[in-house]
Write a protein that binds this ligand. Sequence first.
Ligand SMILES: C[S@@+](CC[C@H](N)C(=O)[O-])C[C@H]1O[C@@H](n2cnc3c(N)ncnc32)[C@H](O)[C@@H]1O
Length: 240
Amino acid sequence: MDRKQEAPSREGVAQLFDRIAPTYDLLNRLLSFRRDVAWRRRLVGRISAAQPLAHLDLATGTADVLIAARRGRPGIVRSVGVDLSEQMLAHGRLKVERLGLAQAIELQQGDATALTFSDASFDLATTAFGIRNVMDTPAALGEMLRVLKPDGQALILEFSLPRQRVVRGVYLFFFRHILPRLGGLVSGDRQAYGYLNQTVETYPYGAAFSRLLEDAGFVDVTCTPLTFGIASLYSGRKPC
Ligand SMILES: C[S@@+](CC[C@H](N)C(=O)[O-])C[C@H]1O[C@@H](n2cnc3c(N)ncnc32)[C@H](O)[C@@H]1O
């Protein structure tokens, strides 16, 4: 296994994603066998029926969640994405323009743990594969809750580990030995993919992550494992 890497600083995280931004989408599709697209679709399918909706996506990267939501869910009247990495956002802006969504989707540089939005400004707050990269999870969840309107919905997609022993063994082999090499080869940055994998193995998931949501003040918290538990979809609601 790759040597353990130190967690980078906030600036280090932004620089890491700046470096891998050009190949980020391609590698996501490749390394997950396109499951990432299906997982984001599952998230969109869980958006509550209430509309119109103002949607905030944290650690939005190249805006895939906002795009999937705009395509899959009518009634979204505002879509805002926030991310630390300017390069991830730059690639997101190009994609959004190419898809004719530039007027609909707003992408801003910012920190998920210190949002500039007023309290109760969004109906829906999401984040996909971003919460484990944010240095201070409780602070980011607290900000999510703050900017949601009462009864607003939070949906969080994150990697987790399969519970079934054999599946977990096969997955961890792929994850520890194949994935960082492939990621390094295509992105030219093996260190980045080594670090990103390491965070998946150490980050809380399932009941432990649900507890973090509850501790932040969310209610009706649920966790749905996806694809043998390789990813999990969490949902929570801001109390009225
Ligand atoms: C693995 S990418 C996920 C991107 C996207 N959500 C997706 O579904 O592919 C993680 C993102 O989190 C961003 N990030 C990390 N820490 C952050 C923070 N404190 N505030 C905002 N974005 C952050 C990184 O810049 C990166 O774009």
